[in-house]
Design a protein around this ligand. Structure first.
Ligand code: SAM
Length: 243
């Protein structure tokens, strides 16, 4: 049987947002790999997939894969590929890699799959889609992301504040990921575009410490890595709940 690596999107935090297909994969895979952040035994910001996985996979099949942010990133991805190869060498046939949100959206899975394929060339690589943080925040805050011919931009603040400002000027709805440390400048840009009043903010969605509020009420100094900002298009009172 061909060896199979499946990137399973487990949603942003609430275990109930794992799809039926994702839950089945986590239950049936020979091994389930979960990303954790280097040097942090209780990773708060970058390794919450493990908490969600615990609802579906018995601990004996779960193996941690250590990641790093910043300079050590590429080496960590390569090492993750080695962990995948080693898991197959120990007899696994189907290995699930759990990833926060969706595996096709700013996910470590893209890098892990590439590194694993270098070591196991005949590897079959698949994904199970997951609910993104953007979708969860839209749902929880009663925000419509887009309707009709409206445009939607999703960008990470690591792309630079300039890219975010251009998106505010050129798109109807704009969503910012990875804005934590830059939240002050992000909110200033939204205010300068005269779009702050309808913007919504969500941190630790579905996790302990969850914080969902109108962006005008955000303390930018407190925004963590796991925070998302939606700057919605024009008013749509038919679909909005009171916030
Ligand atoms: C590396 S990206 C992962 C995106 C994920 N694959 C998705 O589909 O949503 C990390 C960014 O996603 C957003 N994010 C992921 N999980 C979140 C959560 N539970 N609460 C708020 N934002 C979250 C944050 O903007 C964070 O900086």
């Amino acid at each position: 049987m061909r060896r199979r690596l499946v990137g399973v999107g487990v949603g942003p935090g609430d275990p109930e947002l794992v799809t039926v297909k994702g839950a089945r994969l986590l239950r049936d895979a020979d091994a389930v790999l979960v990303p954790v952040l280097a040097g942090d035994p209780e990773p708060r910001d970058a390794g919450r997939a493990e908490t969600i996985v615990a609802e579906y996979a018995d601990a004996v099949r779960v193996r941690r894969v250590v990641f790093e942010l910043g300079e050590g990133r590429a080496a960590a991805w390569a090492a993750a590929g080695a962990v995948v190869a080693d898991t197959f060498a120990r007899g696994a046939r189907t290995v699930a890699f759990a990833t926060i949100g969706d595996p096709a959206v700013y996910s470590t899975f893209t890098h892990v799959a590439r590194a694993a394929r270098e070591r196991v060339p005949e590897l079959l690589i698949e994904t199970v889609p997951g609910i993104t943080a953007m979708q969860d925040l839209a749902s929880r805050s009663g925000t419509t992301l887009c309707v009709g011919s409206e445009t939607l931009a999703l960008l990470p603040l690591t792309a630079g504040l300039g890219a975010f400002e251009e998106a505010l000027a050129g798109f109807d709805t704009v969503v910012a990921y990875k804005g934590g440390r830059n939240m002050r400048a992000v909110l200033e840009a939204v205010r300068a575009a005269d779009r702050l009043d309808r913007a919504v903010y969500g941190a630790y969605l579905g996790l302990s410490g969850e914080d969902i509020r109108p962006a005008v009420q955000v303390d930018p100094g407190e925004a963590p890595y796991l925070s998302t900002l939606i700057v919605p298009a024009g008013a749509d009172p038919g679909t909005e709940r009171d916030r």
